[in-house]
Write a new protein. Structure first.
Ligand code: ADE
Length: 245
């Protein structure tokens, strides 16, 4: 899968893709991440990419022409590429959207700065607007990194052959159960005995209950959309009884 990131700050992207899983994914050719400096597409001598808003007001607005030229250049190689604008006003990003986007072979990620982009960029050039959460970042760059990371995990081979993003939290609508490793005792805090028992049925029962408990305590909203079995519902009732008693 290929990502073309349109940004005024391409240097921000150098280190996140040189580490760990994403670096390996690039090395294996599973993902390709390119940055396109929007400033290279400004036509005037001073390479101006922003201007004061019509009608007055604070801040600067990113101009339409350099962005249009940058997008059109990427589209020369692939006219059907989808263009995503990262903005706090976009549709909220989640694991489902990450999975959907991973079925595409190529995305343009447009990163805004300042007071955002000229509205004509959004109307004429962008296919989809995405927000990574209800807070305002200094620009879309960090949001683009988050999106690439979450989308790449769904691509076959990125997490290694024995792991799949499908098994992670949120996909089955439950949070993950607690994990422990050696030592069995740390400052008097013991690993739950069942995990040391070697009894696989008891272990998977404990894990199911703890995943349900964690979801109920931290993210009860996820349980509404979850496909719960009769057994799961009974366990949830049991947990609720434990909480009140
Ligand atoms: N740009 C600034 N804030 C953002 C956010 N929360 N999500 C996506 N892009 C952004």
């Amino acid at each position: 899968m290929r990502f073309d990131i349109l940004t005024l700050f391409p240097a921000m992207f150098s280190s996140p893709f040189q580490q760990s899983i994403l670096a390996k994914a690039i090395e294996k050719g599973l993902i390709e991440v390119r940055t396109v400096n929007i400033r290279d597409f400004a036509m005037d001598k001073h390479q101006v990419v922003d201007d004061a808003p019509y009608g007055g007001g604070q801040g600067m607005v990113m101009k339409v022409e350099p962005i249009a030229r940058a997008i059109e250049q990427v589209k020369l190689g692939n006219p059907s590429v989808r263009t995503v604008y990262l903005t706090p006003e976009g549709k909220r990003f989640n694991q489902e959207t990450a999975r959907e986007l991973s079925s595409r072979s190529h995305l343009i990620l447009l990163c805004g700065r300042y007071e955002g982009v000229d509205e004509r960029v959004r109307e004429l050039l962008v296919d989809e607007e995405i927000s990574i959460g209800d807070y305002v970042l200094t620009g879309g760059e960090l949001a683009a990194m988050v999106l690439i990371d979450a989308v790449s995990r769904f691509l076959p081979g990125v997490l290694g052959s024995d792991r799949s993003a499908e098994e992670d939290s949120f996909i089955g609508s439950l949070l993950e159960y607690p994990q422990y490793t050696r030592p069995p005792s740390f400052r008097g805090y013991e690993v739950p005995e069942v995990l040391l028992s070697g009894n696989h049925q008891a272990i998977s029962g404990w894990r199911k209950k703890e995943a349900l408990r964690r979801t109920l305590m931290r993210r009860p909203d996820l349980l509404n959309g979850a496909s719960l079995s009769e057994e799961d519902k009974k366990i949830l009732e049991e947990i609720s009884r434990e909480i009140v008693s």
